[in-house]
Design a protein around this ligand. Structure first.
Ligand code: PDD
Length: 262
């Protein structure tokens, strides 16, 4: 990678993280659609027809003999002399790597996460999956240094999302509450799949913002992401959510998601 790559100098880059279970990609097409949307929103011209990304993913899985873990893909606008004006023409840089990790059997799913609220000070196009991850990385690092697991970021009194996952609550009468899609949050691929499976299994889904105070009245709470799947959240700002331990409904949703993703 050149030091003049705009991904390096300006975070002028988008990425995707796709889970791999039993050697197979989870929801590859949905990740590709979101990648194309992110590229379109930033005006990064990448000729997807000239590069078979699915074939590259498969070859990487085979070469690295990856059974479970993730594939990271990053596409930058490319190289140019450093300037705040983006170049009219540049050749995007494409980087992929795999990471072997246990996703299904994970301590976070057994223990549940303790989170703290922090103001959401990211830019306002969180729907674009850019590599500008400094703020959520700082927030999560501070949370871990303080002895908890993650943050739920808030804006205008409502929860937006966690540092790298979408946030959801389950009410005492079994409804699933989750923030609706907008520029305020990343349009999680896992979120979409989990909402679909939840609806199919008879759960009422309400897409509306919720406050930390409402979360503390919830029966259960959870985060979703490509690598966390469905992970219980058991504590918010030092107070227990529900029983303060991973709940049954969250465990069912996690199982449902994993079963459907195999
Ligand atoms: N993060 N919200 C944010 C801010 C995220 O960074 C992510 C994903 C999600 C969940 O999206 P999905 O279900 O499509 O993974 C929500 C990835 C996993 C990461 O940065 O490693």
């Amino acid at each position: 990678m050149s030091v003049f790559d705009r991904g390096f100098l300006f975070a002028d880059a988008v990425y995707e993280v796709t889970a791999v279970i039993e050697g197979a990609l989870v929801d590859f097409d949905a990740h590709q659609r979101r990648l194309e949307r992110s590229l379109g929103e930033l005006g990064i011209e990448f000729d997807g027809s000239a590069v078979d990304l699915r074939a590259i993913h498969r070859e990487l899985l085979a070469r690295n003999q990856l059974d479970e873990g993730l594939i990271y893909l990053q596409l930058t606008r490319g190289c140019a002399d450093r300037s705040f004006v983006r170049p009219e023409t540049a050749t995007p840089s494409l980087v992929l790597f795999t990471q072997s990790m246990s996703l299904i059997d994970h301590a976070d799913a057994r223990r549940g996460l303790r989170v703290v609220t922090r103001p959401d000070l990211r830019w306002h196009r969180r729907d674009i999956k850019t590599t500008q991850l400094l703020y959520p990385s700082l927030m999560k690092s501070e949370a871990v240094a303080a002895g908890v697991d993650d943050v739920w970021m808030t804006e205008g009194g409502y929860v937006t999302e966690a540092s790298s996952s979408n946030a959801h609550i389950l009410t005492t009468d079994g409804r699933l509450i989750t923030r609706p899609l907008s520029n305020d949050i990343l349009h999680g691929i896992t979120r979409a799949a989990v909402l679909e499976y939840a609806r199919e299994s008879g759960v009422t889904v309400e897409e509306r913002p919720f406050t930390p105070a409402e979360a503390l009245t919830a029966k259960e709470a959870f985060n979703t992401s490509a690598t966390a799947f469905v992970t219980p959240v058991i504590e918010l700002d030092g107070q227990a959510i529900g029983e303060g331990q991973p709940g049954e409904a969250t465990a069912r949703l996690r199982e449902l998601y994993i079963d459907q993703s195999r």
